[in-house]
Each structure stands twice: as structure tokens, then as C-alpha cells.
Design a binder for this molecule. Sequence first.
Ligand code: NOJ
Ligand code: CA
Length: 506
Amino acid sequence: MPETWWRGAAIYQVYLRSFADGNGDGIGDLAGLRSRLPYLRDLGVDAVWLNPWYPSPMADGGYDVADYRDIHPDFGTLAEAEQFIREAHEAGIRVIVDVVPNHSSVASAWFQEALRGIGRDRFWFRDSADGGPPNDWQSIFGGPAWTQVEDGQWYLHLFDPAQPDFNWDNPEVRAEFEDVLRFWFDRGVDGVRVDSAALLVKSESAFEDLDGVHDIYRGWRRVADSYPGRMLVGEVWLPDQERLARYLRPDELHTAFNFDFLACPWEPAALRACIRRTIATHAPLGAPPTWVLSNHDVARVVTRYGRADTSWDHADRRDGVHSDLELGYRRARAAALLAMALPGGVYVYQGEELGLPEVEDIPGELRQDPMWRRSGHTVPGRDGCRVPIPWSGEEPPFGFSTGTPWLPQPEEWRKLTVEAQREDLGSMLTLYRKALRLRRDLLGDGTLTWLDSPAEVLAFARESGLTCVVNLGSDPVRLPPHERVLLASGPLDGERLPPDTAVWLV
Ligand code: NOJ
Ligand code: CA
């Protein structure tokens, strides 16, 4: 395997709590994941990215990390994590772990010390003159971004109060995280996903994308470069692509998630512009783009693409807005072929390959996302895209567990289980498996050449000779000259490509 494997990799996102439960407590774990490695190998992915697996009070699904060098007992042990890394490698699958450097957990040793007055400078503790919070910053999950402790000082938390922000001006914090990176690289992990990567450095008046943050990633890159074949992928939600590109300079992060693509509406002009913009900002840096349709923070793609407004916006999550799921499903199939054909890496969020829709009817008392709590039960939040995977059988828990899953699965998912889709040539799972296979040989890293096409059609060729055509209009269009159809997201109309359909040709 080349050291630059990540440039064209298909990376599968495992949301561990919801992937597969090995011990019947209703929570996905490492035993479950290990037992499903053959599934991932057969699916044809090159790597997995696991959301945080560390000890945590789970105030934010594990993004409140109490100990960066151990495993949450619900998921397994450190020894089992090491065993998992070995087994994944044997199956030809690389492993990316999630590191959360912006904030910690109130349960971490450092924060517990800080509460006792020791080492407060590792966090953002401030006094306030007027009895209220030190400034008017709002938490991303709602409510003030400051919480007061017993002796009257306040600490900053851009997310939940259970997630105190680190002070990155403190050299001890910098040294600690470089050591955490080494800890996991020494255990064989191939990559690190950097959570909330643009927020780390703060001033008294701003906290997003400050210049000082780049120095941190230069240090991280030196650590990664001291091991062969390791990569850093940033979670950088910045609307301005030029600002995003600064994180991808040759001595910083290797890649970043393409949220511009994720948020882009299913419209030809917008998509074409997004793809062009992505390639134009990445090319001068020599960094490969990535193509992302969904993750554990956004509404499932089938539901999103079935709505009248198909764009994504964190500030307006559109929960419960009507969606034509058949239309969304058709578009999600076409989008998958588009994303997998584009040059660079691609991310697949677990369940995307099964065509799972967003679950919008989770009872309030079962919801666990802090967004739900912090918004005073007005924003349902992200639990609807985190519902456990249906593997087999006719009723919940669909082979996910022998117990009761931590979030309920809809009865209708009996049609969407892995078992129900595996042998079905028309299923989403079959489409993903075929596409991922073809992608390994014919796609991935490189460049594209746009082909002449009507305005509502995207058509481009890759170096291998594979041509991808996507019809985003409302009428069928004639296919360009070709020898063979390798794969289509839906039935063709003779030599014509129906609306909301994509095809791979040679
Ligand atoms: C981004 C993660 O993807 C999200 O799930 C989490 O809530 C925030 N960062 C805070 O860590
Ligand atoms: Ca379990």
C-alpha cells in the first residue's frame, strides 16, 4: 500500500454506538465492529474513521473526552482497540481515530484539578465584573458559552457545559496533544480526524479561524510525518474555501472534509460551481479534495434530497419538513455515483450505503443530543441520523443487538437491512458495493476533464477513461457516445439518461 493511500481513499465512517452491539447492552462496541469487519471488507472501503471511542460521560456522544489515551468501557478496552487495529489491517482496512482538541470533558483529570484551583490556565477561566458571563458568546448548542463555578469564576465552552474549551496558548496543552497523536500512531492508527479544527485558538473577542491555529497543525504535521503513511483530516466548517485551503498547505493537514459539497443543493449550476471551486482551491496546494454527502451531524441524505430545499444549513436543520423519500432515494443513488467518481477521497457515513432515511419521530424522552436539551426541546438535533444500523431479520433490533438499542429503529427498516439488500441487484447496498469496486481501479486521486453537456447535466471524464454523467434536469437526455455502461444509479431509457440519474460509462 502506498504511503499516500489517503489521497484517493474511500473512507467509511463508523458511529460506534450505532454500528453493531457485541454484548447485548444496546450500545454498539468494538466486539460488534470486529465481527462486522468482513462486511466492511466486502463493501470495498479502504479505511474506517471512528467517532470518539474514549472514556466519556457521553454528554455529547463522546465528543466530551475524559481520557484521550483509553477506551470507553461501553466500547471495550485499550487491548481490544489494539486488536481491532490489527484485524482491520489484516482485512486491508486502515483506521482513522477522532481527536477532539478544542475541548475536554468536565470529567477529565485536568478539569477536575481546575475545579480545585489547580492549572486553570489549561482552560478558559475568566472573572466577570458584573456578575453575568464574561462576554455574550453563545454556545453552538444554544445558551451562553460560559458556566460559573463555585468560587465565582466562569469557564468557556463553545459547545455543552460538559465540554470545557482548552487554552491553546498554554504550551502544556500543545505538548499534551502532540503526545496523544504519538500515542495512537504508536498503536498503529493510520490517521486522525481533527474535531472542530478551526476553533482552537481564541482571542478575547473571536474564536473562529484565527491565524494562530495554523501553527498548531504545523506541529501536528511534523508528528504525523515522523511515521510512515499517516494522515490528518480536518473538520473545518468554513464557508470561505480560500480560508479552508489555508489548513491544507503542504506543512499542515493532509485533507479536510468537503462540507461545501455536503451543503450544496441538488441543482446543476450549484453543484458544478461547487466542484469547480473545490478543485480550484485544492489543486495549487497539491491536496486531494474529499467528497462528503453525510455524517453524524447532518440529516440523512435521502431525506435531505427529497425536500423542496435540498441544501444543508446547520442554522436551519429543517427537521420534520416534508420530504419525498422516493425522490430523495433516487437522487441519493445518483449523488453516490457522482461523489465516488470525482477526483480525491470519498467519505461514506454508515447507513448511507443502505439508503437509510432520517428518523424524525424519536420520542423526546429518548433523545440524547445536547442540542435537544440546550434548545429547550425546540431543536430535535442529531439523533435521527444516529439510529442503530439494521443488519437482519424482520423486526427491531434487526440484528444490531440482542438487547434494546439505545435509540429505537423504525419498523419499516425491515426492507433496508443488510440481509434484505445483499442479494438484491437493485438495492442501494449493491450499488455502493459495485461502485466502490470499480472506484478502486478506475477512480480516486487525480483530475477530471469536463465534457460538453446541456446546462442541467454534469459530465466529466477521468484519466482511466471512465465518464460520469449526471442528469439534474427534468427531462431525459441522450448519453454521450460510449462503448459500455459500467454502472447506472437507476434504469436507463434506452440511450437516454432519466432525470435524477447518474451513469458511469467507458
Ligand atoms: C463536531 C462533531 O462532529 C460533533 O458531533 C460534535 O458535537 C462537535 N464537533 C463538538 O465536538
Ligand atoms: Ca455493547
